[in-house]
Write a new protein. Structure first.
Length: 256
């Protein structure tokens, strides 16, 4: 039997071909490709970006949970926030003060992480006060429902992306719905609604922010640039938080 030695170039080409083939098998056959037409290298970079965003998002949710628990169970802080209307009103508008520089310096390290922490912390106190004014059983039910809805909608968004579906058309519609929702909330300050109207308001808000989770997850997969990890995490964080508060409103009014 005659044996022929392959040249170094041939061996390198063969190894390169095997590597590309293995990458294609990993990305395509295992279902890891985010959406049709995405190259192997871009797919890996996008997955890394997504993992980074969800890591930041988990840290934000954890901070909000810790602050809310402390606000609910630490009586002096609870009484201070509940009994001081000017302070509570200041905490309501404080996140907007941090949001503007956060978006301005979202690509400047470490300023972006410091501002993100302050932004999340300022929101967490208001969430804690809301939870403190609600029965613990209702808060737990809202938390479980929110977790189930977010998990299912996120999974659906990734599945739909792999099937080639696009949700960019939802942007103008959701913005209009959100503007109407905010305007209605401001009108409640002067024309209070009844319990049934509050429950309906919460239900509409839950539907809007559920749609926003799908829309923003689709943007995370396809449209956010790799430098916009702070903006992407803030967007999803606000979607999840507002969904939780909407569900909490529904359950609280239903209980009343």
């Amino acid at each position: 039997m005659m044996m022929f030695d392959e040249s170094p170039q041939a061996q390198q080409d063969k190894r390169g071909y095997t590597s590309v083939k293995n990458d294609q098998e990993f990305d395509i056959e295992s279902g890891e490709t985010l959406y049709p037409g995405l190259s192997v290298g871009e797919n890996q970079l996008r997955w890394g970006f997504i993992r980074k965003v969800y890591g930041i998002l988990c840290a934000q949710i954890l901070l909000t949970t810790v602050v809310s628990v402390v606000t609910v169970f630490y009586a002096p802080l609870n009484l201070l926030l509940r009994g001081n209307s000017p302070l509570l009103l200041f905490l309501v508008f404080l996140p907007f003060i941090f949001l503007i520089p956060l978006l301005r310096y979202q690509q400047k390290h470490p300023h972006n992480y410091i501002l993100l922490g302050l932004f999340t912390l300022s929101i967490s106190f208001t969430v804690g006060v809301t939870c403190a004014n609600t029965d613990g059983k209702i808060v737990l039910e809202a938390l479980i429902l929110t977790s189930a809805v977010v998990s299912s909608l996120t999974g659906y968004a990734f599945w739909a992306s792999k099937k080639g579906k696009d949700f960019s058309y939802l942007g103008p519609l959701l913005f209009t719905c959100l503007f109407t929702l905010v305007l209605t909330g401001m009108m409640q300050m002067f024309f209070p609604l009844g319990p049934a109207a509050h429950a309906i308001y919460g239900g509409i808000g839950a539907m809007i922010f559920s749609a926003y989770i799908v829309y923003d997850t689709d943007n995370l997969i396809k449209r956010f640039t790799y430098d916009e990890y702070i903006g992407a995490s803030v967007t999803l964080y606000l979607d999840i938080l507002n969904l939780f508060l909407s569900i909490l409103r529904i359950l609280r009014e239903a209980n009343n």
